[in-house]
Design a protein around this ligand. Structure first.
Ligand code: CMP
Length: 137
């Protein structure tokens, strides 16, 4: 079994689709190991997305991620990282496949409903960021 991190972003929380997204994840066979609702500070959002700090959208991304509460969670499944990336779909919802979470719940390329770790190494780091080293499994 492998673990990965998913964040239900502020746009999806504001749309009242936390439950609908969790239902999709459970139907796909993910177990929920940790989950919390929280409001990121600017410092936390800036650190979490530090890898993008040279990108033109970085400041808007930090504004968006701190615009309301989000719901980070640790998910567990065989091949959790690639399977979750497939389940959420492309970053841009216009390019996301039918039946993916972003296709059905995202608004645009920034307000795209969810984040998921893109590699096992980043999953371990991102899980530790929210839930501590011990949650990485
Ligand atoms: P996420 O998968 O969380 O990783 C980085 C985030 O930056 C991404 O989802 C979007 O929310 C945002 N993002 C990526 N590309 C763009 C873009 N071209 N314009 C605006 N926001 C973007």
């Amino acid at each position: 079994m492998a673990r990965t991190l998913l964040i239900i972003k502020p746009d999806a929380v504001a749309k009242n689709v936390i439950g609908a997204i969790i239902q999709r994840l459970e139907e796909k066979g993910f177990g929920i190991i940790e989950l919390q609702k929280m409001h990121l500070t600017r410092a936390q959002a800036a650190e979490f997305y530090a890898v993008h700090n040279e990108r033109p959208f970085y400041h808007e991304l930090v504004d968006f991620m701190t615009s309301g509460p989000c719901v980070p969670m640790v998910l567990e499944k065989d091949d959790a990282v690639p399977f979750l990336r497939e389940t959420i779909g492309s970053t841009n919802p216009e390019e996301a496949a039918e039946g993916t979470i972003r296709k059905d719940f995202a608004t645009n390329i920034q307000n795209n409903a969810v984040h998921a770790s893109d590699s096992p190494e980043n999953a371990a780091q991102e899980i530790a960021f929210f839930f501590g080293e011990s949650a990485a499994g």
